[in-house]
Design a protein around this ligand. Structure first.
Ligand SMILES: NC(=O)c1ccc[n+]([C@@H]2O[C@H](COP(=O)([O-])OP(=O)(O)OC[C@H]3O[C@@H](n4cnc5c(N)ncnc54)[C@H](OP(=O)(O)O)[C@@H]3O)[C@@H](O)[C@H]2O)c1
Length: 278
């Protein structure tokens, strides 16, 4: 059966790759973004009645509600929500201001909260739905310069894993996607944000901007291929709760999880020593 997708940040990268793959599979898509001209332009070559364009800055809770209402007017249901909108704030923790970090959370975490809050009543009424939240390798492993970005993605993981067992009873599934480096606009100079509180002590280690900007345009992951995989995952009876996307992500996450398991076992006796007696 054809599905209705609601995708945030659908104007580029993984959001656009997913929307195009869903359309190719014969599904309908609500492509949302904060700059609707940019979103429309991304699909200028897609001749289809199966796509609707809807205004949504995910950091604005009222816009999330209005966008979901508009989607319901257009297509009458939402089967797959992809919380994809996000950007990266990079820099040593001390070089990030509190305002920088709050803005990062407003989009990457509260954006997910607002859209899930708006969509869950629809899916609960339908007694079906699939929420796909785009996290990151940085939502599983701690990387230097990713204190705020990583924390926002760890928060998305915690939110998703906690809500999943609450809504399972209504036929709603949640999948967290952990991509490695994908060739998108994420690290483009127009989108990435840097710490604004420069501290000389950190300069000796090298230039944070130079280090991360070097990845831009050289990332291995293909957002179109990830889109095709997300369409496959959305079609699964039992989709994964956590999905690692890309061989670079696998190479980082697998040893990190194994290392954590080893450390847990190594400290087992110490862990048990904190139990009180009845
Ligand atoms: N590419 C990677 O290597 C990678 C790795 C791990 C995770 N991810 C995650 O993948 C997701 C998609 O990113 P991408 O790589 O595809 O980068 P991208 O090409 O820059 O796409 C991000 C999209 O999010 C939108 N966006 C940002 N802030 C928004 C807001 N407040 N409201 C609505 N839309 C907003 C952007 O729209 P505007 O044009 O309006 O800015 C843009 O269309 C992000 O959550 C990112 O953290 C990416």
């Amino acid at each position: 059966m054809s599905k209705v997708w609601f995708i945030t940040g659908a104007g580029s990268g993984i959001g656009a790759g997913t929307a195009k793959a869903a359309l190719h599979a014969g599904d309908r898509v609500v492509a949302t973004g904060r700059n609707l001209d940019k979103v429309r332009n991304t699909y200028h070559d897609v001749a289809s009645d199966n796509i609707a364009f809807v205004q949504l800055d995910v950091a604005q809770e009222a816009q999330a509600k209005a966008a979901v209402e508009e989607a319901m007017k257009q297509f009458g249901r939402i089967d797959v929500l992809v919380n994809n909108a996000g950007y990266s704030l990079l820099g040593n923790f001390e070089e990030l201001t509190t305002a920088d970090i709050e803005r990062q959370f407003a989009t990457n975490f509260f954006g997910v909260v607002y859209v899930m809050r708006a969509v869950l009543p629809v899916m609960r009424k339908q007694r079906s739905g699939h929420i796909i939240n785009i996290s990151s390798v940085a939502g599983v492993v701690g990387f230097k310069h990713c204190a705020a970005y990583g924390a926002s993605k760890f928060a998305v993981e915690g939110l998703s894993l906690a809500v999943a067992p609450e809504v399972e009873q209504f036929g709603i599934k949640i999948t967290v996607v952990e991509p490695g480096f994908f060739r998108t606009d994420l690290l483009d100079a127009r989108n990435v944000r840097w710490g604004s509180n420069v501290i000389e002590d950190y300069a000796a280690e090298g230039n944070v901007q130079g280090m991360w900007s070097a990845y831009n345009g050289t990332q291995r992951g293909d957002p179109a291929k990830l889109g095709e995989v997300l369409v496959k995952i959305a079609g699964m009876e039992n989709p994964p709760k956590l999905f690692v996307a890309g061989s670079d992500a696998l190479a980082t996450i697998t040893p990190a999880i194994e290392g954590r398991l080893q450390a847990t076992h190594a400290n087992e006796a110490l862990s048990r020593s904190t139990d009180g007696s009845f």
